[in-house]
Design a protein around this ligand. Structure first.
Ligand code: TNX
Length: 570
């Protein structure tokens, strides 16, 4: 090869390398991406062409532009040149959530088989927006379209999710979080293309949903007079009243907010354990009749709903009668985990029930409890989800299982042809620390970003037929040691981004190194959203990532100067 040819080849390689790095970082990685030549420039004159049915996508996009870039676009139904087009084709044989996104010099077109698909296409478009450089202004970060517009690189993407259940959970029982934060949490889910929000609404330490027939649940059960200091059992008590609850109107508002983001909310009403807040409100619901008080500490408590008392079932049915109409979800989560059997063993009513029904042990009494509630919920056209303990003593006939104590429960349930949502503690418990020297208070355990990223939701040991019962996976945020939104965000980010790729992207696209490179951009998005995040996630050995992070640190520093305490939520 001549000297010039070699030089030319080198130049081509270097340029290709540079261009490869210039492409926007998309998370979760789409199924199929072909970068083109050229670009579309969004200016203040760009219009959005969409039907009213795609209003949720258009509104999300415009409010994202407004909030983070300081402008929004005009919307019209008539076709136009130089526009962002949303179109839905009715493709009954399409994959759920599939979309294609095409960016050329003249247009941006999002085409999908459903409005939900258009929403995901729009989320990908959001990730093509430039995130740097920013100019500071009084309303935040602005790339004003008048200043040359926003350049969106030409690309053709075809995409659909790997799993149909892409979940995230939030425990609002241990600590209460206000509606505004719950909405923000739902936005974070939407930005990561997740579609199920598991709202853990009742706990020992707090009952969080208004039930009109039983006002004491929120007058008494939503409040505790203090919280332990430090890890359970605690080194003291803060003696500070904590609590709160959502009115039914607020619940409806949040459900609609989620629906506008194609997210289904699954409410959890815990039974027979984790229910002291309810017992404190109505002591006759427990085996001894109380008195009970809303605990200040955490862990697994022995006071549970009495399984021998029919009025407990009437109470729960009344509660469900008010809860089910609030949530369009076909699933209702009934808990079922960590129910010690001590009080049932000592309770004459529970023992009498076991004798009448010929139940051999208290595990079978728990199965009776869950199956009786399942029957009621099924009679209203809904289905139950329960934690994997509901497999013990015989599983309720139509239940979906959430496998949290490792993968075993999920494997067992799938083999019994029950639907399964994988949520094993080891891989997706975001209450665990992200670093071995976490100086913030957490429940313990160590779950770094790469472990989440490498998680495979289909457990080994299932054949193809059984694997079909794995609907997807979910990360859980238990809030014993998350007392404020900034802490929740700190535990959520960056792990949420890894989870989204596990749930959405094809298995073969999983690439830890490439993901780390894309995360440098994702961190800038976190900053754009004012999201708090855990930052020291990278492998110090990876020089390229470090260099990007160096840029990020400079950038973040500028941001902190601008906002003061940027990590504060609010
Ligand atoms: C177990 S996961 C629980 C929760 C705790 C969590 C802490 C599950 C079904 N039950 O009540 O908050 O561990 O990691």
């Amino acid at each position: 090869m001549s000297k010039y040819l070699r030089l030319f080849a080198l130049l081509v390689l270097v340029t290709a390398g540079v261009f490869a790095q210039e492409h926007p970082a998309i998370i979760p990685m789409p199924l199929n991406t072909k970068w083109g030549n050229g670009s579309f420039v969004i200016t203040a004159n760009t219009v959005i062409v969409a039907d009213t049915a795609d209003r949720p996508s258009v509104d999300f996009f415009n409010s994202y532009l407004q909030r983070f870039y300081g402008f929004h676009l005009r919307v019209q139904s008539a076709s136009s040149a130089r526009a962002i087009h949303f179109s839905t084709i009715s493709a009954s044989d399409g994959e759920p959530g599939e979309y294609s996104l095409h960016v050329s010099d003249d247009n941006i077109t999002i085409t999908a088989g459903s409005h939900e698909g258009n929403f995901y296409g729009m989320q990908t478009l959001i990730q093509l927006l430039p995130v740097a450089p920013f100019t500071a202004s009084t309303n935040g970060l602005v790339i004003h379209p008048d200043a040359g517009g926003m350049t969106i690189p030409a690309v053709t993407i075809y995409d659909f999710p790997r799993f149909k259940y892409r979940g995230l959970h939030l425990d609002v029982g241990r600590h209460f979080f206000p509606v505004d934060f719950v909405k923000r949490y739902i936005d974070y889910m939407a930005l990561h293309k997740l579609n199920y929000f598991h709202w853990h609404l009742t706990e020992d330490q707090g009952w969080r949903v208004e039930i009109k027939k039983y006002p004491r649940l929120t007058e008494i059960g939503a409040w505790r007079s203090g919280t332990i200091i430090g890890h359970h059992p605690g080194t003291g008590d803060d003696s500070t009243r904590h609590g709160g609850y959502y009115t039914q109107d607020q619940i409806r508002e949040v459900v609609q907010y989620a629906a506008d983001r194609y997210i289904t909310i699954i409410p959890e009403i815990e039974m027979p354990g984790h229910a002291i807040a309810a017992l404190a409100s109505y002591p006759s619901l427990g085996c001894t009749g109380g008195p009970y008080s809303v605990p200040h500490n955490f862990g697994v408590h022995k006071e549970v709903f009495c399984a021998g008392n029919d009025s407990v079932f009437s109470f729960l049915q009344d509660v469900l009668d008010e809860v089910m109409p609030l949530f369009p979800s076909k699933y209702i989560h009934i808990g079922g985990d960590e129910c010690p059997k001590d009080s049932w063993k000592a309770c004459p009513k529970c023992q009498a029930r076991m004798k009448t029904l010929g139940l051999r042990n208290e595990e079978e009494l728990q199965s009776y409890f869950i199956a009786r509630i399942e029957k009621y919920i099924n009679s209203k056209g809904k289905q139950i989800i329960g934690w994997d303990e509901i497999l013990e003593g015989g599983v309720a006939p139509n239940a979906t299982i959430m496998s949290w104590r490792g993968e075993k429960g999920g494997v067992e349930a799938a083999k019994q042809h029950h639907n399964v949502i994988m949520t094993p503690g080891e891989y997706v418990y975001f209450d665990h620390s992200q670093t071995r020297n976490d100086d913030s208070l957490t429940i313990g355990g160590y779950l770094p970003l790469d472990k989440v990223y490498k998680y495979e939701p289909i457990p080994a040991g299932l054949n193809d037929e059984e694997a079909k019962y794995i609907l997807g996976a979910q990360a859980n945020l238990w809030s014993e040691y998350m007392s404020n939104p900034a802490k929740v965000e700190y535990m959520l980010f960056p792990r949420l981004s890894a989870l989204s790729e596990v749930l959405w992207s094809p298995k073969g696209a999983r690439d830890w190194k490439g993901f780390q490179h894309r995360m440098a951009t994702q961190y800038k998005r976190y900053a754009l959203w004012h999201a708090n995040s855990y930052q020291i996630w990278f492998q110090p050995a990876d020089a390229a990532v470090q260099q990007k992070l160096g840029q990020w640190q400079d950038y973040k520093f500028g941001l902190m100067m601008h906002w003061g305490t940027y990590s504060q939520w609010g």
